[in-house]
Design a protein around this ligand. Structure first.
Ligand code: B16
Ligand code: MG
Length: 216
């Protein structure tokens, strides 16, 4: 697979679990708007941009809205989400992630975050991990969101690496699709039915075996 030089991490679901706060934000909005929404439906939102999540919610509830209403609904959800973010700290790092980042850093590899979230900088700051990364790409970095390869390609460019030299850690189906489309080594975190198409797959961050990935 060529020499691996850079490791790119998704944020929600790989470094931290903000999915729960996203869920609570969408749930509050859905309840206020008399729309149906549950944890199962929230799974569809993994790695998907805010506006695309809102469109999925509206479509499932047969709700037609004006562009202004659409904007207001997305903003309202984001405000709820930001309230929940006030509670996060270093304790919210997923078990095992710090060790992985430290190991890779000690070995001299380049590290990056590539997230669909427009709240990435707030989350990263609250987690206290900004200094560990050579570059951070977020929901503002490119126009086309995952499953398009754009965010990962943009990140490789910022790392000054060829896509083939990059490994992507992703918990979302669309994220693994994007990593494969970018010609990178994809590491899926989660069940087979979601990320089974990745080159490597581990059930959780704690189960990641770096040696398996690096020795190939
Ligand atoms: P925001 P990731 C994604 O983060 C979340 O998984 C997804 O549920 C969310 O809708 C998206 O960020 C956008 O988030 O509303 O903060 O811009 O997995 O790409 O790190
Ligand atoms: Mg994710």
């Amino acid at each position: 697979m060529g020499e691996l030089k850079g490791y790119i991490f998704d944020l929600d679901g790989v470094i931290t679990d903000t999915a729960e706060y996203h869920y609570l934000g969408w749930k509050k909005l859905a309840d206020e708007e008399n729309m149906e929404f549950d944890r199962e439906f929230n799974e569809k939102f993994r790695g998907v941009s805010r506006m695309e999540c809102l469109d999925l919610l509206l479509e499932a509830n047969n709700r037609k809205v004006t562009p202004e209403e659409r904007k207001e609904l997305a903003e309202r959800k984001n405000n709820y989400y930001r309230e929940y973010l006030k509670n996060i700290s270093r304790d919210n790092l997923l078990d095992g992630i710090e060790e992985i980042l430290n190991t890779l850093k000690d070995k001299g590899f380049k590290l990056a975050i590539a997230s669909a979230s427009k709240n990435t900088s707030i989350v990263v700051k609250k987690l206290g991990i900004k200094e560990m990364f050579d570059t951070i790409s977020d929901g503002y970095s490119v126009k086309k969101s995952k499953p398009a390869p754009d965010l990962f390609l943009h990140t490789a460019e910022k790392l000054n690496l060829d896509p083939k030299e990059c490994v992507v850690f992703e918990d979302a189906e669309a994220g693994v699709d994007a990593a494969i489309a970018a010609n990178m080594t994809a590491v899926g975190i989660g069940p087979k039915k979601r990320v089974g198409h990745a080159h490597y797959r581990f059930d959780s961050v704690q189960d990641i075996e770096l040696k398996k990935i690096m020795n190939n």
